[in-house]
Design a protein around this ligand. Structure first.
Ligand SMILES: Cc1cc2nc3c(=O)[nH]c(=O)nc-3n(C[C@H](O)[C@H](O)[C@H](O)COP(=O)(O)OP(=O)(O)OC[C@H]3O[C@@H](n4cnc5c(N)ncnc54)[C@H](O)[C@@H]3O)c2cc1C
Length: 584
């Protein structure tokens, strides 16, 4: 069994993907297209017609055909839950993905110039990721795929700005908020500036994650909220703006206050140790997705890589999807698959594109038309191989101040990965991953310029030792508009787990409105289980490890605010004034 903290914690961060150095190779643990092609079209039971399969009298009903579009965390967890014991007999699950390898935003399909595998950015696992930790236990891997906890650094061109300790070891576990305030070390920001963040407690007390709270806080930007609450310019620019740029991947002026408060609470404030984070000891694709997919294939799930879902056929009433036209990237062949249930696990930009290209099917419904508002923000993920070993103070780091409105994190892969140079290569120098968020302006640079910029930024941070090193190999992964963007007003544009307009359509992924956590792999995972539960007619929470209760003082504050709103609203809290009504 793997060892995980009994109550996991939270944190920073942080992107459909055009992987600029990604060859459309299907080799590896995902079946080659030719092999899959045969399994894509399993023989149907004789009774099945294209659009329905009535069971013969006395015969066991034919399993329902579930098509999951997208193999990121959301799609994979849905397939996982649908193929679990007690469920798999009633459904036949196929997962299609436009990309050659699974994982979505966490895919390891990129390659360095020298041919080493690389990922689309680093992905941390924070302590509240209880459902993913449980999955890792269930996989019974030979060794724990995740690192332990370690201190993290925050940098600007001026040098080290702050250190995040390992909060579960930093001292006694104090009521949340107090521990983080006492144990986080800011090098340059004084207590007076830090004290101006206190009024945000009021916002956290009113923002209780209810639909009503989302309605109130989603229309305003996080920056506006901070300005109106009196947060100092320095505190905003040196703490909150970098946090939003690396947590929601866009500037605070362009992110909803609701999404920002939800993210900060889940990753930092649920408990003192919520910001403690573990990283994968290799590429997530190799360490976690490969064994996971193998188990699911053993349970009868069919995976079809390099297969894009393009068009949707509705029944005569226009309320059910009966067929999905898919295109095989290698052969160019299109096939219409008959379906009983469809799970969209594709991310916002892809969902918007599907609606736009299907005006006479999906576009018939207002619910789907609103998805065309969804848009994505861009990420640039880079990994450089140096010819010398550099001593880095922290293995995981965030930065601010290098490029206006661009977020930045960097990781010492040499420290995080068991085999940083991977496979058969003989490199001995440092391997550093540098990822940029809200990075449109950087995506416009050519690869050589990107690599030179990455090295120059690291030279500033790491000094002479880094300046003396040469780049031997590098990966540059571009993700234009690929990451869900939580712009003000986005909440109402985002899907619920179950479609209202189409009775057999479901949504999974971090874009889905759910009460479980913030934008993260964990949220995507949980929504996949939620979608599976609905398809199977199960309790919505079945198989989900809940987040647990708020700490007592948080619950007290929220209850006081809720009580006051009840009184001032004459029993209708939604009619009571909000914090916003008192702000300048
Ligand atoms: C650089 C970076 C760093 C991140 N860091 C962290 C972190 O530290 N911790 C964390 O928890 N999260 C992190 N995230 C966020 C995390 O990656 C996402 O929350 C999560 O992976 C989303 O999973 P998903 O299933 O919702 O969607 P996605 O991963 O976007 O998967 C969607 C899939 O749908 C497929 N698809 C789209 N259209 C079609 C179509 N028409 N037909 C077939 N397939 C289609 C895509 O190819 C893709 O594989 C990070 C993201 C990025 C980019």
């Amino acid at each position: 069994m793997l060892r995980h903290p009994s109550r996991p914690t939270c944190a920073a961060l942080l992107a459909a993907a055009v992987l600029s150095v990604l060859p459309p190779s299907a080799e590896g643990y995902w079946s080659a297209p030719a092999r899959v092609q045969g399994r894509l079209h399993p023989p149907r039971p004789p009774a099945a017609s294209l659009f329905s399969a009535p069971a013969g009298e006395g015969a066991a009903p034919a399993p329902r055909e579930v098509l999951i579009i997208g193999s990121g965390w959301g799609g994979l967890s849905c397939a996982h839950a649908l193929s679990s014991a007690g469920a798999r007999e009633s459904v036949r699950v196929t997962v299609v993905d436009a990309l050659p390898r699974p994982g979505g935003l966490v895919s390891d399909s990129a390659k360095t110039r020298g041919g080493r595998p690389a990922e689309a950015g680093q992905h941390g696992f924070w302590a509240e990721y209880r459902n993913i930790f449980r999955l890792l236990d269930a996989l019974e891997l030979d060794e724990d795929p995740l690192t332990g906890y370690a201190e993290q650094g925050q940098w600007s061109p001026r040098g080290l700005e702050g250190t995040w300790p390992v909060y579960c070891e930093a001292g006694p576990q104090l009521p949340t908020g107090i521990g983080q305030a006492l144990f986080t070390r800011f090098e340059k920001l004084g207590p007076l500036d830090l004290a101006t963040a206190l009024p945000l407690v009021l916002a956290f007390s009113e923002f209780d994650d209810s639909e009503e709270a989302w309605r109130r806080y989603d229309g305003v930007s996080f920056r506006d909220l901070c300005v109106r609450l009196g947060v100092s310019k320095r505190t905003y620019e040196e703490i909150f703006e970098p946090m939003i740029l690396t947590g929601l991947f866009a500037p605070g002026a362009q992110c909803s206050a609701a999404a920002a408060l939800g993210m900060a609470y889940f990753f930092v404030l649920r408990h003192q140790d919520s910001f403690d984070v573990r990283w994968c000891r290799g590429n997530v694709g190799e360490k976690i997705f490969a064994p996971w997919l193998e188990r699911m294939e053993g349970r009868g799930v069919t995976f079809a890589p390099s297969t894009r879902a393009e068009d949707f056929v509705l029944d005569d009433a226009g309320t059910r999807i009966v067929g999905v036209r898919c295109k095989d990237a290698a052969s160019g062949e299109t096939t219409t698959r008959s379906v009983d249930e469809v799970v969209f696990a594709v991310g916002g930009a892809a969902l918007a594109g599907m609606v736009r290209s299907n005006p006479s099917s999906l576009g018939r419904h207002a619910e789907f038309r609103k998805f065309s508002n969804l848009r994505g923000t861009s990420v640039l993920a880079t990994r450089i191989y140096l010819d010398k070993k550099i001593d880095t103070p922290y293995s995981a780091n965030a930065c601010w101040g290098f490029d206006e409105d661009v977020g930045m994190t960097w990781f010492d892969i040499t420290k995080l990965h068991d085999d940083p140079h991977s496979a058969d290569d003989a490199g001995t120098g440092s391997v550093i991953e540098v990822d940029f968020y809200h990075a449109n302006s950087l995506l416009a640079m050519d690869d050589d310029s990107v690599i030179a910029k990455v090295k120059a930024d690291l030279d500033v941070i790491l000094g002479a030792a880094c300046q003396a090193a040469q780049v031997e190999d590098a990966a540059v992964v571009r993700l234009p508009g690929a990451v869900n963007w939580y712009y003000p007003g986005s909440h109402t544009d985002m899907p619920e787990v179950r479609s209202e307009a189409l009775e057999n359509a479901y949504f999974a992924g971090d874009i889905v409105n759910t009460r479980h956590g913030s934008w993260s792999q964990e949220k995507a995972f949980v929504t996949g289980v939620e979608a599976a539960n609905m398809i199977l007619g199960r309790d919505p929470e079945e198989g989900i490890v809940s987040l647990g209760e708020d700490e007592a003082h948080v619950a007290f504050g929220r209850n006081v605010v809720a009580g006051l709103k009840n009184v001032f609203g004459g029993g209708r809290p939604e009619r009571a004034p909000s914090l916003f009504d008192f702000l300048p």
